[in-house]
Design a protein around this ligand. Structure first.
Ligand code: DAH
Length: 346
């Protein structure tokens, strides 16, 4: 009786074939499951006579092995055929999708360009803290106490009265000049890039933080002619030969004499446009001969040494290069804006 059943099931197993994972699972449950046929036949086997057991035992074991082997073999083929159907949607001849390469921020590009130009003249790069004390941001730079010159820069104050005066976010990178001169003796020839903060209402034309690059050159016999030639070279390198420069007298507490430098408008080449307000000139930086008081404040002999300094806003320089009408774009991290500078990544 049991023998007949097994013969029948054996035929069924031998004939069974499938590529469907579902059908195979049905097969497993039917034969190998905890309530499956194998379990049943082994239960029935317990009741057969001892003579029958001898022959039937072997048959039963072979039957069980057959079912397991069948299941295993089909399991491998259905697994690989599943992979095949998934892969069949993959057309290996299609061009690859590639991956997006990020772009450098336009301010980083401009900063790097400025640094590279001054590197050729032997300027190194120095940095200082963004949280500054009154001494480094103002007093050492010859801003008299209670003098309206301090109002030129709307300061974000952090703490009243530290060892070196009120603590504030630096309003300019000129503070790094002081730190550099305090730390050693001339010659100094360095560029000092960094972020600065001013208490301004945010608009297309003003922001509460922006970036500057400060320049300092102190040695024996440094003259205003050196300042002019250095900045002239810088402008030719950055905006191309033929770009004109002019110096207008100005006032900064830390330089004497002081000047502001204009260049011929990079957009209209001097013909007059919106960028230069139809004047043909745009201002790009402030500069001057380091005031002897500043040298002395930093422990440098002003009779022996002289120097020049300059400071420019990186946003301004970038604007003249890329014509970015709204300052806020620089800090919004809008990928659509940033992506445009992709070509300049190398
Ligand atoms: N610190 C000035 C500012 O933020 C810029 C400046 C002017 C820097 C003249 C200088 C300089 O080094 O000599 O407006």
């Amino acid at each position: 009786m049991l023998q007949d059943q097994i013969t029948q099931y054996t035929a069924e197993i031998n004939a069974f074939d499938t590529t469907s994972a579902d059908e195979l699972e049905q097969f497993r449950i039917r034969f190998l499951g905890t309530k499956g046929i194998i379990k049943d036949v082994f239960d029935e086997f317990k009741a057969v006579s001892p003579e029958e057991k001898r022959t039937l035992g072997k048959v039963l074991n072979e039957f069980k092995q057959l079912a397991e082997a069948k299941y295993q073999a089909l399991n491998e083929t259905t697994a690989s055929s599943k992979l095949k159907t998934e892969n069949s949607q993959l057309d290996m001849t299609l061009p690859g999708e590639g991956f997006e390469v990020g772009a450098r921020h336009p301010l980083a590009l401009v900063r790097r360009e400025i640094i590279e130009i001054f590197n050729k003249l032997g300027f190194s790069v120095a940095e200082g803290p963004e949280i500054e004390d009154d001494w480094h941001n103002f007093s050492a730079l010859n801003f008299p106490e209670e003098h309206p010159a301090r109002d030129m820069q709307d300061t974000f104050f952090i703490k009243k009265g530290g060892e070196k005066g009120d603590i504030a976010l630096r309003t300019h990178t000129s503070s790094v000049q002081v730190r550099m001169m305090e730390a050693g003796q001339p010659p100094f020839r360095a560029l000092m890039p960094g972020r600065v903060y001013r208490n301004e209402a945010i608009s297309a034309r003003a922001h509460c933080f922006f970036h500057q690059v400060e320049g300092l050159y102190v040695d024996e016999n440094v003259s205003f002619a050196d300042l002019k030639q250095t900045l002239f070279y810088f402008v030719q390198e950055l905006y191309g030969e033929g770009t004109k420069v002019r110096f207008r007298p100005s006032y900064f507490p830390f330089t004497e004499p002081s000047a502001e430098m204009d260049i011929s408008c990079t957009i209209c080449k001097g013909d007059g446009c919106q960028m230069c307000k139809h004047s043909g000139w745009v201002e790009i930086l402030g500069c001057g001969m380091v005031d002897p008081n500043v040298l002395e404040n930093c422990g440098i002999d002003s009779k022996k040494y002289s120097g020049f300094a300059f400071g420019m806003g990186i946003e301004r320089i970038a604007n003249l290069k890329y014509v970015i009408k709204d300052l806020r774009l620089f800090s919004e991290n809008d990928v659509r804006f940033l992506k445009q500078y992709k070509s300049a990544i190398i």
